[in-house]
Design a protein around this ligand. Structure first.
Ligand SMILES: [Zn+2]
Length: 407
């Protein structure tokens, strides 16, 4: 039978760490104990496998949240291994376990006050008799206030409370140095294409040839590989990106290509966030008791208007972020193409990133000098960087297209 860690693709080292920790956690539960003070004082120096606070890092699409969720399930598992079948495993994976709290810094519930309340509840005894687990899905996106509330909890942990923080890296931009120093870090790696393809075929019944193609095209991003294998829209968008190099034949064509790329990212982002936005708004309206008429209803309505406004602000910033994420994925695809051209020019014995445009890459390799290919690759990378530094995406992309055309 598949246990909860089977879903983690190509993460053998992390899985070993989590399995050992879950086994020790299980032994503690059976002995009627929790984690003691000395075990928390120096998480790095401790030789035991289990500790209170963890950071799961990894590149986009490496499955940080899935890994944290699998570990949480193993902690709640009746057998202590994450069997995937007992109520503890089931409820954790389904998001309904009373002792596992999921914090998503983009939802409604990440204000400082909410984080404090959550931390307080996390300090109580687990109702299922095992562990209280708090999973923070994007710890790099916590506000400073919420981060401080979390830090306090990590510094003074209860014996049966475990914090699992997911962030892209342990760079101070992503997680505060103080929180980092209190946590044990589990780095996830970029999954190898072979492992990814096997997972798509075995786990989701994707045809082997499609799986191999999607795994290579996704460049280690598990989530993207699944979407490429399963969603024709995603495949279409990727194909459109890879035709860009051939389309740049004039200044006008450059501006057209820039517009198309931006609009495609906007459409992709909208498809991702629109359902979430609607659900959140309906939830908030329900929570606010829309349409109250009793005494104090006017005051409540004013408060409600403020909360709705706050929600709209958050949703807008999430939409912007989703657009930038989508655009960034397109730029990574584009960079992959120029990398393939360069590899062909040097006769490097590496597999192309985009097997399906290999012929185009070879044709470009025969036409351009290696220097101009390198300049093109650099143009794509500079565009990514400029957008990270808050240059308006359209301006950055237009500049990039012109550089790609001139070479
Ligand atoms: Zn289980």
């Amino acid at each position: 039978m598949m246990d909860v860690f089977a879903a983690l693709v190509g993460q053998d080292a992390a899985t070993v760490t989590f399995r050992r920790a879950a086994a020790e956690a299980d032994a503690l539960v059976r002995a009627g104990r929790g984690l003691g003070v000395e075990e928390n004082a120096q998480p790095g120096a401790r030789t035991g496998a289990m500790t209170h606070a963890w950071i799961v890092t990894g590149p986009p699409g490496s499955g940080r949240l899935e890994a944290a969720r699998a570990f949480a399930a193993a902690l709640q598992c009746r057998t202590g291994v994450g069997c995937g079948e007992c109520p503890g495993c089931h409820t954790t994976l389904a998001g309904s376990n009373a002792d596992v709290r999921m914090v998503v810094p983009e939802g409604l519930s990440i204000a400082v006050a909410d984080m404090r309340a959550l931390v307080m509840r996390a300090g109580t005894a687990p109702s299922g008799g095992r562990w209280q687990v708090v999973v923070v899905s994007d710890a790099d996106r916590l506000t400073e206030g919420a981060g401080n509330a979390l830090l306090k909890a990590i510094e003074e942990p209860s014996p049966r409370t475990v914090f699992l923080l997911c962030t892209p890296s342990t760079h101070p931009d992503d997680i505060s140095v103080t929180i980092r120093s209190r946590c044990r870090v589990v780095p996830l790696v970029q999954a190898r294409p072979e492992a990814l393809a096997a997972a798509l075929t075995e786990g989701q019944g994707v045809a082997p040839d499609v799986a191999v193609w999607a795994a290579a095209a996704a460049q280690g991003d598990v989530e993207l590989a699944r979407r490429l294998a399963g969603d024709p829209e995603v495949r279409k968008r990727r194909e459109a990106v890879l035709t860009v190099p051939r389309k740049l034949t004039s200044v006008g064509a450059c501006f057209d290509a820039a517009s198309a790329l931006i609009e495609s990212a906007e459409a992709e982002a909208a498809a991702l966030v629109v359902a979430m936005d609607g659900t959140e708004r309906a939830d908030l309206e329900r929570a606010l008791g829309a349409g109250g008429t009793g005494r104090g209803a006017a005051g409540a309505m004013r408060g409600a208007a403020g909360q709705l406004k706050e929600l709209e602000k958050r949703q807008k910033s999430r939409a912007t972020r989703a657009q930038r994420d989508a655009l960034d994925r397109a730029l990574v695809d584009l960079a992959g193409f120029y990398r393939d051209v360069l590899a062909a020019q040097f006769g490097a014995p590496v597999r192309p990133v985009h097997g399906d445009t290999e012929a185009n890459a070879k044709a470009a390799a025969a036409k351009w000098t290696a220097e101009s290919t390198l300049r093109r690759l650099e143009a794509v990378l500079s565009c990514r960087e400029a957008i990270t530094l808050n240059v308006k995406p359209r301006i950055a992309v237009e500049a990039m297209m012109l550089s790609l055309w001139r070479g």
